[in-house]
Design a protein around this ligand. Structure first.
Ligand code: ATP
Ligand code: FE
Length: 355
């Protein structure tokens, strides 16, 4: 099966072509047009600007992806598109573009949950059987999922406030580093001392897999203000130390909560126990290493997608579309874009369904 995937739920416009068959899966092309520069003057993603940019760029991304794959629309089996959750204007741009392509070509249309895209990515790149444990850590989400099938997820726990990616972005902002904050903080942390600052490990004393990250960002803000009060500014080394301490605190929390989630997962007695991590924060090497070490200790296979497939991309959408299609599902022109779409309600919304 060869699918075109479209993604436009946040601030990346993306199109990709993925082929899946008995011989394995191949990403034939993956084009991502970021909007970082457009939103930079505003200190965050502006939904209206994002939606316009998606509407302008989607066609070009599709054209570029098809050209890179050396295929025409008629060579494809279906069009998969993110139908939510996300910024509604962007999701609508994607869904409308996909409907146009499907109507014009006569190809089936498959609506995909963006989070399912992240959560199924490890199966695009690795031979990973169900059920596996997924830690989905991104800019807007943080949850432990038991992935029983392409559309069957059960949630073990997650953040009760900010997502870690959001905490990385806010920490970067507080420390005067560029957006997206994750890579910037990780770069600074490399030369910082993790022990120079004591930051909290929220909710570690509570049982279960729930997490909290908003207090961490407040602690960084307080520490920064203390340094500024003392030194009249933020010395480079102190900034690096704060980044290192922050990253370590996030890694500690994810490590300990993953240990608990693994316990719950192992109770299912999976034949091939595996922990997979996905989402933008899974690109962080300190976090990847900690989870890898945890899995090595517990005899569980650890899988993390390559960095380009951790952050938003359309290959994951094309692939999740293939998995959904294989289950016998596709959509028609009644497919609706939805801003909220929890993973445990797997079917896309349709016009007139009252959802
Ligand atoms: P969601 O998928 O929840 O809707 P999103 O699509 O905006 O949110 P992603 O694209 O999956 O999120 O991830 C982006 C987030 O990942 C940003 O918050 C970014 O700072 C973070 N991130 C990217 N690279 C790294 C890194 N190396 N270390 C930590 N965080 C990172
Ligand atoms: Fe995402």
């Amino acid at each position: 099966l060869t699918f075109l995937g479209l993604e436009s739920s946040c601030d990346d416009t993306a199109a990709a072509v993925v082929r899946a068959g008995p011989g394995g899966n191949t990403v034939l092309a993956s084009v991502v047009a970021g909007q970082t520069a457009l939103h930079a003057p505003f200190g965050g993603v502006v939904p209206e600007i994002a939606a316009r940019a998606h509407a302008e760029k989607l066609d070009l991304c599709v054209e570029e992806a098809l050209e890179a794959a050396g295929l025409a629309l008629t060579d494809l089996d279906a069009i998969a598109v993110t139908a939510g959750p996300g910024l509604i204007g962007g999701v609508m741009s994607g869904v409308m573009c996909a409907k146009g392509l499907a109507a014009g070509s006569g190809l089936p249309l498959v609506g995909v949950n963006h989070l399912a895209g992240h959560a199924l990515t490890p199966r695009l790149t690795d031979d990973l059987p169900f059920p596996y444990l997924m830690l989905l850590v991104s800019g807007g989400h943080c949850q432990f999922l038991l992935v029983h099938g392409p559309e069957e997820f059960s949630r073990l726990g997650g953040t009760i406030d900010d997502a870690p990616g959001e905490a990385f972005d806010k920490t970067a902002k507080i420390l005067g580093l560029p957006q997206p904050g994750g890579p910037a903080v990780e770069r600074e942390a490399a030369i910082g001392d993790t022990k120079a600052f004591k930051l909290p490990r929220p909710l570690l004393d509570r049982p279960g897999c729930d997490m909290s990250f908003s207090g961490l960002k407040t602690a960084v803000l307080r520490a920064r203000d203390e340094i500024i009060a003392k030194h009249g500014g933020l010395p480079r080394q102190a900034r690096a130390d704060l980044c290192a301490a922050f990253q370590m605190a996030v890694a500690d929390v994810l490590h300990e909560k993953s240990r608990r989630a693994l316990e719950a997962y192992m109770a299912l007695r999976p034949a091939h126990p595996a922990l997979a991590v996905a989402g933008g924060v899974a690109a962080n090497s300190a976090i990847r290493e900690r989870l890898q070490a945890l899995c090595a200790e517990t005899g569980v296979t650890f899988t993390a997608p390559p960095l380009a497939l951790c952050t938003d991309n359309a290959a994951m959408i094309a692939y999740a579309g293939i998995e959904r299609f294989r289950q016998g599902h596709s959509d028609d022109m009644t497919l609706v874009a939805r801003p909220r779409w929890p993973l445990d309600q797997s079917a896309p919304a349709l016009l007139g369904s009252g959802k």
